[in-house]
Design a protein around this ligand. Structure first.
Ligand SMILES: [Zn+2]
Length: 232
């Protein structure tokens, strides 16, 4: 089974669903981590330098769990809802043919997160429509879509939890590869990003009765209703 996680920026997936992706890898699934923007405005360095650094960091993070990084390279803070982006995301889905997709929650402050969420949802029908011309054949079944938590969890009420007690360390190891962003949080927010992410997983774990957890919400539309649990 293939799992496709689609985030706007390098480090989004590690923060909100890294433990779950690690768990899928543990269970023998193929995991693809798509990053739509290049993270060039991640502060610290010039946009060109930042892009190169963040791509290397994203590759290192994916390598921790043996996931495949899908680097798309749109400009950071430059996404808009448009057909070209929807087609690009549709192609990624058609190529990977995932059973499950994880992406951003639609109600997010970050404009790139919002656009990615909308474009991923809007790609679900094109990815199963055989008559659309594409380099990649259509998916036989519409992938099931889950939304991961917002970065801070603000405004996000999980419907389902994944116990990541045994993959928290791996999640933090993935996140630690994004050193440029750990430094940004320390410098500009006076916060330790690793500690914050651990505390969030601890709080979610407390909510569902495990030591550490990640939370998700399901897309409730046609083609998305299956009887059995698909999250690990
Ligand atoms: Zn982001």
């Amino acid at each position: 089974m293939n799992i496709l996680a689609i985030g706007a920026h390098p480090d989004d997936l590690e923060i909100s669903c890294g433990g779950t992706l690690a768990k899928y890898r543990q269970n023998g699934y193929n995991v693809y981590m798509a990053c739509i923007t290049d993270g060039r405005y991640g502060r610290q360095y010039s946009p060109q330098e930042m892009t190169a650094i963040r791509k290397r960091e994203a590759e290192a993070a994916a390598n921790v769990i043996g996931a495949e990084l899908v680097w798309v390279g749109y400009s950071d803070l430059g996404l808009k809802e448009e057909l070209a982006l929807r087609n690009k995301i549709t192609d990624i889905i058609r190529k990977v043919k995932p059973q499950l997709i994880i992406t951003h929650y639609p109600d997010s402050l970050n404009p790139d997160h919002k656009v990615v969420s909308k474009m991923v949802c809007d790609s679900l029908i094109p990815c199963i429509t055989q008559t659309i011309e594409s380099k990649f054949t259509a998916c036989e079944k519409m992938p099931i879509l889950y939304f991961m938590s917002t970065v801070c969890g603000t405004g996000f009420f999980p419907e389902e939890y994944v116990d990541i007690s045994d993959t928290l360390e791996t999640k933090l190891e993935m996140l630690s590869k994004h050193k440029s962003q750990l430094d940004v949080y320390t410098k500009y927010e006076s916060r330790d990003l690793l500690k914050f992410v651990e505390a969030k997983a601890f709080t979610l774990g407390f909510s569902c009765g495990t030591k550490y957890a990640e939370g998700f919400r399901k897309l409730h539309t046609w083609g998305q209703n299956i009887g059995n649990r698909i999250l690990p």
